[in-house]
Design a protein around this ligand. Structure first.
Ligand code: ZN
Length: 341
């Protein structure tokens, strides 16, 4: 595997007390340094090109964002720039693109440890701590480079609205989201399934607050993994938010570090089976610093090791909430069983 990180990710400053703090970059850096001690190659990402940004965002928004260079600007109620933010955001999106490129060319996993996150940024606006839609930009760039089918799996506790809308009409990009619902940003109902030619290529698996490892394992095994298998992606991109962790101050889910390790293990196995290990994992949220660090170390270990042969997520917790929300969801939305129909 290859790991992309830049010390420049420290230079995107947010107001005091903001959860998406520069201290998160210290955690990313610590995880990268630990990875290096395991013999993993670290690379500095290059900035994303305007052309790749314009694959997802419109030119007016790019101009607006570029005009924040050298300035501290409030772009929405909780999204801010500091003088270096635009350049740092370009590196974050560039790291996502570099990771995807590495995965495609070398048929090996890549990990991009980035901030600011990306999945809330929409075509024409910043949103929810996100400036550029990092993973969507990487997916669009891969498509432009000739990759036939790209699957994006968003495991952040918040729905990835920006990624969803970028490909809502696109049958070549399957966007799968599982998230706390109802919750910020308000989108991500199971009834949002794509439009036009893209109908059936958006899959939302909303889970009520309090969902455990077992609940997430249930929807992975019953809904998400089968959908990925049917789609047969040529590349799998993961929006890896760890704010579903029980310790997270923003999310209300009850995922454990071991749960994330098991999930990433199952995801890695799916990538090995479906697309010859063409897997790029890009960080999104995760606001408890200790939990974030533990989950990043687990992710590094999973991507660095060899892929498991079985894509089943076997949860050992025996949690009594198991499948409760998911079973109801499957009954209410049988369409989720057949994302390509
Ligand atoms: Zn999040």
């Amino acid at each position: 595997m290859l790991l992309f990180f830049s010390p420049r990710f420290l230079d995107h400053l947010t107001p005091a007390g903001h959860p998406e703090s520069p201290e998160r970059a210290d955690i990313l850096r610590a995880a990268a340094l630990r990875a290096a001690t395991l013999g993993i190659d670290l690379r500095e990402p290059g900035p994303v090109s305007d052309r790749d940004i314009l694959g997802v965002h419109d030119a007016e928004y790019l101009a607006q964002l570029s005009a924040t260079r050298g300035r501290a600007v409030a772009l929405d109620a909780d999204t801010f720039t500091s003088p270096d933010s635009f350049d740092v955001a370009r590196l974050a999106a560039g790291a996502a693109c570099d990771a995807a490129r590495h995965a495609i060319l070398h048929e090996a996993p890549a990990l991009a440890l980035v901030r600011p996150p990306g999945h809330h940024a929409e075509r024409d606006r910043a949103m929810g701590f996100c400036l550029l839609s990092n993973v969507a930009i990487a997916a669009a760039a891969a498509r432009a480079a000739g990759v036939a089918r790209v699957a994006v799996l968003d495991i952040d506790v918040h729905h990835g609205n920006g990624t969803q809308w970028a490909f809502y009409g696109a049958p070549e990009v399957l966007v799968v989201n599982t998230h706390q619902f109802p919750f910020y940003p308000g989108t991500g109902a199971a009834t949002e399934t794509g439009h036009g030619a893209g109908e059936g290529f958006t899959l939302n698996v909303p889970l009520e607050a309090g969902a455990s490892d077992a609940d997430h394992a249930y929807v992975w095994n019953q809904v998400i993994d089968p959908a990925l298998e049917r789609f047969a992606p040529s590349l799998l991109l993961v929006s890896a938010g760890f704010d579903g962790h029980a310790a997270d101050p923003l999310g209300a889910q009850r995922m454990s570090t071991d749960g994330y390790r098991a999930w990433l293990t199952a995801i890695r196995a799916r990538a090995a089976r479906s697309c010859r290990d063409r897997l790029a994992v890009v960080t999104e949220g995760g606001y408890d610093l200790q939990a974030l660090r533990a989950c990043l170390d687990a992710t590094v270990d999973v991507l660095h090791g060899s892929a498991a042969s079985d894509t089943t997520w076997r949860d050992a917790s025996g949690d009594d909430r198991r499948g409760r929300t998911a079973a109801a969801l499957l009954q209410d939305h049988p369409r989720l069983r057949r994302p390509q129909s």
